[in-house]
Structures are given as structure tokens and as C-alpha cells.
Design a protein around this ligand. Structure first.
Ligand code: GAP
Length: 489
């Protein structure tokens, strides 16, 4: 898919009520977006797909919903106060701020596009090395050596590279002078770590076990671009899997494979995913891999799988003064109980907004339809039926002759189990097209024949085939076609 088509996806998302710029009447707010009436349904369904796979289908994984606000010491213990930053550089002429590593990555992409493979490789090596050593001077030198100019001013008048903390802070309490500085969480994971013993004890969980949650996270991204790919307010779906020390590698491999399989089951095309092992590890990890997705602008991170060691629990134990240990009564090879220890953790962390974007991009299709002399283009979202915002649209062919009453009665029978869309305006062809654009897998039309013999027409989104069926059969067909089992089993 080209960049051109990506632009179409972005405008489709707005035109059909999937995603709007936040506070648009005030010209929007950088890298913050709102989900519209159809977007929220798709997003809820994606969240449910994750929750079912991770929590409902695993006896040893449970969910929580921790608060966004957390005690400020949380972020000291987690390393985010001291280490959660990006290298930034300002152009003195345009006064614009950039991520130094992203300026270099863009240059690498340009070298590759121009066939300058050797230059691209050299720069990639230099960038990896600088990031690995956290060498800000080296990043600046690379920007100078490769004559990178500011896209706005066109000059090379750069400041030094500095670290910029990505956490948003605010104050808690009514009086500013009494206020404590607190942070909007930059990841949901810490809400799980601080609740580790609460859940383990009250749920009588035995290692290995997992705690999952979904929720908002906030990062003051220096540059935010590519629509909902990099946002300042976004949603994560994270699971921390607590394991016996020494077994983390094996569980890391397990989750790496399991998560890729979960993505493949969406049916967007297996070749659209790949692993990318991290060279520069986050401050908490001893191994990390990204599952990347081929977005229209190239392969980019969709999900991270991190072996987080005992970093978080150990630091929380130290800073809170509360023991965060697990008693393992199982016997080791010498017949002795493993005893007390701080578990190691393997984390899976996927961004819901990025997942949404991946599904939207891969399902957006423009198809030529119609006969030779009457060719037309239809836009269709080929979403897996169970994820579609509306599962079924119900149309009376006309607004009169009792057809709306029959259509409404059918809708009443279906709407408890399926999201239904009802429409009686416009020609039927136009109504079908609007549903194609929303990804509605089935349209049911009630016509005059329905009054005579209790049949309706079912129209299939992907093939556009229409079939006459008994009205009493509709529920059965929908049940066959729309099931979580199709994705999860
Ligand atoms: N707890 C680990 C963690 O937060 P991460 O790799 O920084 O790891 C995990 O983030 C996932 O969250 C990413 O793979 C991505 O899908 C999503 N994500 C991160 N930053 C994001 C942003 N600014 N906008 C949208 N999604 C983001």
C-alpha cells in the first residue's frame, strides 16, 4: 500500500466516523485523537479480542483495572523519572524540535529509496552504536556528517542533542503550594507490578501466572506523526507474566511465538508481520523483541515482548519497604522447596491504537465493480465479521407498505446479540455501499415478497452475492458467520 493510499485511509477514518482529530473546532491538539461512533465499536471489539485471548482463555491469567494516577514514587522505582527520555535536537532557525534518532532514521530511509545501500548501512550502524552507548554527541555528529537539514527552515543550524523526559506531570490536591507532583502513567504495566501481591494472594495464583490490563497511557512524544501511530494519549493492552527466575528465556520465547500467532489469526496476511530484535534494550529489559507490522509507511512496531527480569518488583520492594516476594512450595530437583523469591517477568505490550490502524490499513480496499459499460469503484473494509462495528444492516426496500414494521421487528430480534444498523433512506445500492465502507459484513433487505412468504435477501459484503433466505434463518446464519471462535480457536 502506498503513502497515497494511506492518505485515503486517514480521510476515510474521518469521513465514516472512525477517528477525528481531538478538539477539531479549535484546530485540533497535536497527536491527540477521538474515536467516533464506528471507531469506538471497532476499538472495543479489538480490545475484546485481546482480553478473550489473554484472560478468558488462560486459567492462569487474570485481569485488573488500575488507576491512571499512581504514587509518584512508582515512577522513581520504575526508572521512568531518570531514564524515560528521548534524544531531542532543536533547529535554531525554525525553532522546531525533533527526535535526533528519527531524523537519522528518515535519512536512512532516503538513502535506501535512492539506492545508496552502503550509506544506509553505515548510518544504521552508527545510529545503533550511538543509541546503545547513549552517546548524544555521536548522534549530533551523525546529523552533521550526513548533512541533515531541518525540513521547515532548510538549514543545518542545530542545537546540541539533549535528553527530554516523556512523562506528563500534574499536581494532586486543591492547593498548589501543598500539591504533590504526580505523573500521568506512561505505561499501564506499573499498575500491575504494584498490585502483584494483592492479586497473587487474593486470587491464590501460582507461578507461572499473568496479570493483564488495558488502559490509557500518556507520553509527551517530541514528534508525533502518522495519524494514530504515535500519539500523546493512547491505549495499551499489557500482560505481565510472573515466572520462576531462570525460566524467563523459555517464557519469553513462548510469548514471542504466541503473540505473533494471535496477530496472524486476524487474517490480515502473515507476511505483513515480522520480528525485530532490540539492539538497544530499555532500562528494565534483558531481552526484547518487537512484532512489526507493514504499515503503508513501512514496517513499524506494533507490539513489544520484553523480558523485564525482576527489575520492577525489586525496585518497588526497595522503595516501598514492602516485601514483594512469592513463596514457591514446589520442589526443585534436590527435593527442596524453591522458597521465597522475587519473580521474573515477561511482558507482552500491544498498542490498541496501532492495532486499530493496522486493521484499518489492511482492510481498506478499493475495488472495481459493475458491468463493462457501467464500471464503478467501491470502497470496502474487509474486517473480520466479529470485529466489524455493525454486524448487520437492515433495510426495508421502501418506507411504506408495512416494510419498515417488518424490518424493525427483525431488528428487535437481532439487536440483543448483534450490533444492527437500520436505514430506510436512499436507493438500496447506495445503502449497500455505505455499509461496505463501514465494513458491515451482512445486509438484510425486507421487500414486498417478505410480506408474502417471510423471506428476506441477505447480501454478503465481500462477494456482494445476494441470497433469498427464510427470515427465521437469519439468526442461524449470523451465528455461523460471526463468532469469536473464528478468530480465537
Ligand atoms: N510496558 C512496556 C511498554 O510500554 P513500549 O514498547 O514503550 O513498551 C508498548 O510500548 C506498545 O505501546 C508499543 O508497541 C506501541 O504499540 C504502543 N505505543 C507506545 N507508544 C505509543 C504512542 N506514542 N502512540 C501509540 N502507541 C504507542
Amino acid at each position: 500500500m502506498s503513502e497515497e493510499l494511506f492518505k485515503k485511509v486517514v480521510s476515510h477514518a474521518k469521513e465514516y466516523g472512525f477517528v477525528f482529530p481531538s478538539s477539531e473546532i479549535y484546530d485540533g491538539l497535536g497527536a491527540v485523537y477521538d474515536y467516533g461512533q464506528n471507531g469506538v465499536e471497532l476499538k472495543n471489539n479489538l480490545r475484546q479480542y485481546w482480553w478473550k485471548a489473554m484472560v478468558q482463555l488462560h486459567e492462569n491469567i487474570v485481569g485488573i483495572d488500575a488507576a491512571i494516577f499512581m504514587h509518584p514514587k512508582t515512577w522513581k522505582a520504575s526508572g521512568h523519572v531518570d531514564g524515560f527520555s528521548d534524544p531531542m535536537i532543536d533547529n535554531k532557525d525554525s525553532k522546531k524540535r525533533y527526535r535526533a534518532d528519527q531524523l537519522l532514521e528518515d535519512k536512512i530511509a532516503r538513502y535506501e529509496k535512492d539506492g545508496k545501500t552502503q550509506k544506509a548501512q553505515e548510518l544504521q550502524l552508527g545510529l545503533d552504536q550511538a543509541l546503545l552507548e547513549n552517546n548524544l554527541g555521536q548522534l549530533k555528529s551523525l546529523i552533521e556528517q550526513h548533512e541533515i537539514v531541518c525540513p521547515i527552515s532548510g538549514t543545518r543550524n542545530w542545537t546540541d542533542v539533549r535528553q527530554f523526559n516523556l512523562m506528563f506531570s500534574t499536581e494532586m490536591g486543591a492547593m498548589a503550594e501543598d500539591a504533590d507532583k504526580i505523573y500521568l502513567r506512561p505505561e499501564t504495566a506499573q499498575g500491575i507490578f504494584v498490585n502483584f501481591l494483592n492479586v497473587q494472594k487474593t486470587g491464590r495464583m501460582k507461578i507461572p501466572f499473568g496479570i493483564a490490563q488495558t488502559g490509557k497511557a500518556f507520553r509527551n512524544e517530541i514528534i508525533a506523526r502518522q495519524f494514530i501511530m504515535r500519539m500523546r494519549e493512547f491505549e495499551q493492552m499489557e500482560m505481565q507474566f510472573f515466572v520462576r527466575p531462570g525460566t524467563q528465556k523459555q517464557w519469553y520465547e513462548y510469548w514471542k511465538e504466541a503473540r505473533l500467532k494471535w496477530h496472524h489469526k486476524l487474517g490480515l496476511g502473515d507476511s505483513k508481520y515480522r520480528y525485530h530484535d532490540h539492539v538497544k534494550l530499555a532500562h528494565y529489559a534483558d531481552a526484547a523483541v518487537d512484532i512489526e507490522f507493514e504499515f503503508p509507511f513501512g514496517f513499524k512496531e506494533l507490539e513489544g515482548i520484553h523480558s523485564r527480569t525482576d527489575f520492577d518488583l525489586k525496585n518497588h520492594q526497595e522503595l516501598s519497604g514492602k516485601k514483594l516476594q512469592y513463596f514457591d512450595a514446589e520442589l526443585d530437583e534436590n527435593g527442596k522447596p524453591y522458597g521465597n523469591y522475587i519473580p521474573y517477568v515477561v511482558e507482552t505490550s500491544v498498542g490498541l491504537d496501532r492495532l486499530f490502524l493496522s486493521v484499518l490499513c489492511a482492510s481498506y480496499k478499493e475495488e472495481e465493480v459493475g458491468e463493462e459499460d457501467k464500471k464503478d469503484t467501491r470502497v470496502v473494509l474487509t474486517l473480520p465479521p466479529v470485529l466489524a462495528p455493525y454486524k448487520v444492516a437492515i433495510f426495508p426496500l421502501t418506507k411504506k407498505d408495512g416494510l419498515p414494521e417488518v424490518a424493525r421487528k427483525l431488528m428487535d430480534e437481532l439487536k440483543l446479540d448483534y450490533t444492527c444498523f437500520y436505514e430506510e433512506k436512499d436507493a438500496i445500492g447506495k445503502r449497500y455501499r455505505r455499509q461496505d465502507a463501514l465494513g458491515t459484513p451482512f445486509c438484510i433487505t425486507v421487500d414486498h415478497e417478505s410480506l408474502e412468504n417471510q423471506t428476506v435477501t441477505i447480501r454478503y459484503r465481500d462477494t456482494m452475492q445476494q441470497e433469498r433466505i427464510a427470515m427465521s434463518k437469519v439468526k442461524e446464519i449470523l451465528a455461523q458467520e460471526i463468532s469469536w471462535g473464528k478468530l480465537l480457536v
